[in-house]
Design a protein around this ligand. Structure first.
Ligand code: FAD
Ligand code: DHB
Length: 403
């Protein structure tokens, strides 16, 4: 443990959490409610994590969980509740009645950074500890019963050690936690897609009461929302493209071409005030536990965003972990901790399947044959004409049951 020689300050907690994304913050709230101590270490500043634009869709059970935890007031006031989505292809629109097909379940459109703001504010108000802007984070002793996290509070500050019983690696795809699992026992499964999403935020009124997922010969497009004044839209693009190649005029002309239908529906334009390109991959790391380290959220798995599952899966992982830690601290039971990886992976692989299915069905993949492209259109046609197929899509989209 090379880092320990230069360690200057010592801290101790029960669960050390690396990363203040949805996984880390939900876990901190869940543990504190169970009387378990934890400290969250985050490499970015509070302003940065509160301003990063990412996901938008919450599954029904996540909304219910936030309300049960007393964290849902602003979401219930400002979120948008959608009981259906529209699938658009061959110039035609098809409504999928999610609520009607799933016994009343809806999805809530409430931006991830708003969830982050609510969780950070409530955690700090409640006396929770989040160290923002830490650097040089390294995990030590995960195979021993005395793991620790080395870090600096500021780039030129001393190296400190946070000693813990358990470490939760909630530090996203690029964080150090997954790398702390030796390569020899780590199995990684991955698909990298030859397309990405260009996402924009625009000052415009809503153009449609529900989300529109469009498969068009020019590529996929998605219409989502943020508020009565701000809309969120995405266009399939080359993941290596430079955002400088996308003038506002080009973005609107692609969005009009891909989203408009034969019934004369039109898209309302506005000032674009944020734009960026993201690459897309499917990824799973097995197992999600090594010794006293548990991976959760994007640190362990990535889904392409088409199924709107990433944030929800991160919350599912930490709910399973918090229950297992609760059983451990209340009664010394370790069966939940032993089962953590297997329990999470069952849900994760179903979400991976669904996200891959939605992605391949809705995008135009330049590497696919015309045969494969026609199969995807046939799949869409089947989904909108079969109640069984539509129910399968709806059940997955609103979120599979947690228990
Ligand atoms: P992250 O949100 O990545 O959080 C990890 C945190 O760890 C970060 O704050 C990071 O700064 C911190 N960190 C990293 N390295 C270190 C370190 N060395 N030390 C300390 N801290 C560190 N999901 C949905 O459910 N619905 C959607 O509609 C949806 N749409 C999306 C749209 C887009 C454009 C994108 C990009 C993603 C979308 N997702 C969606 C996915 C979702 O945003 C992620 O799955 C979610 O953020 C995962 O949460 P997490 O806490 O696991 O990881
Ligand atoms: C949004 C993101 C998604 O990935 C999705 O499938 C639907 C909506 C959004 O950011 O609003």
């Amino acid at each position: 443990m090379a880092a320990s020689t230069s360690t200057q300050t010592s801290n101790r907690t029960q669960v050390g959490i690396v990363g203040a994304g949805p996984a880390g913050l939900f876990l901190a709230h869940l543990l504190r409610r169970q009387g378990i101590d934890c400290v969250v270490l985050e490499s970015r500043s509070r302003a940065e994590i509160e301003d990063t634009i990412r996901a938008g869709v919450l599954e029904q059970w996540v909304v219910d969980l936030m309300n049960q935890m007393g964290l849902g007031d602003r979401m219930m006031r400002e979120g948008h509740f959608h009981s259906g989505i529209t699938l658009r292809f061959n110039g035609e629109s098809h409504h999928i009645d999610m609520a009607g097909l799933t016994g009343g379940k809806r999805v809530t459109v409430y931006a991830q950074h708003e969830v982050i703001r609510d969780l950070v504010a409530a955690l700090l108000e409640d006396g929770g500890e989040i160290l923002f802007g830490v650097s040089d984070v390294q995990l030590h002793g995960v195979e021993s019963d005395r793991p620790s996290i080395a870090f600096r509070r500021s780039p030129d500050g001393p190296l400190e050690a946070l000693r813990c019983d358990w470490i939760a690696g909630c530090d996203g795809f690029h964080g150090p936690s997954r790398q702390a699992i030796p390569k020899a026992v780590r199995n990684e499964f991955q698909v990298v897609y030859p397309f990405g999403w260009l996402g924009i935020l625009t000052e415009a009124p809503p153009s449609h009461p529900e989300l529109i997922y469009a498969n068009h010969e020019r590529g996929f497009a998605l219409l989502s929302t943020r508020s009565p004044e701000v809309q969120r839209l995405y266009i399939q693009c080359d993941p290596k493209d430079d955002i400088a190649n996308w003038s506002d005029d080009r973005i609107w002309s692609e969005l009009h071409a891909r989203l408009e239908d034969r019934d004369g529906w039109t898209l309302t334009e506005g000032r674009i005030f944020q734009k960026g390109i993201i690459a897309m991959r499917s990824f799973v790391c097995e197992p999600m536990r090594h010794g006293r380290l548990f991976l959760a959220g994007d640190a362990a798995h990535i889904v392409p965003p088409t199924g709107a599952k990433g944030l929800n899966l991160a919350v599912a992982d930490v709910l399973v972990l918090s229950r297992a830690l609760d059983a451990f601290y209340k009664s010394g039971r370790t069966d939940g901790l032993e089962a953590y990886s297997a329990v999470c992976l069952r849900r994760i692989w179903k979400a991976e399947r669904f996200s891959w299915y939605m992605t391949t069905m809705l995008h135009r993949n330049p590497a696919e044959t015309p045969f494969e492209q026609r199969v995807h259109l046939a799949d869409l046609d089947y989904v909108v004409s079969s109640r069984a197929a539509m129910t399968a899509l709806a059940e997955n989209y609103v979120g599979l049951p947690m228990d």
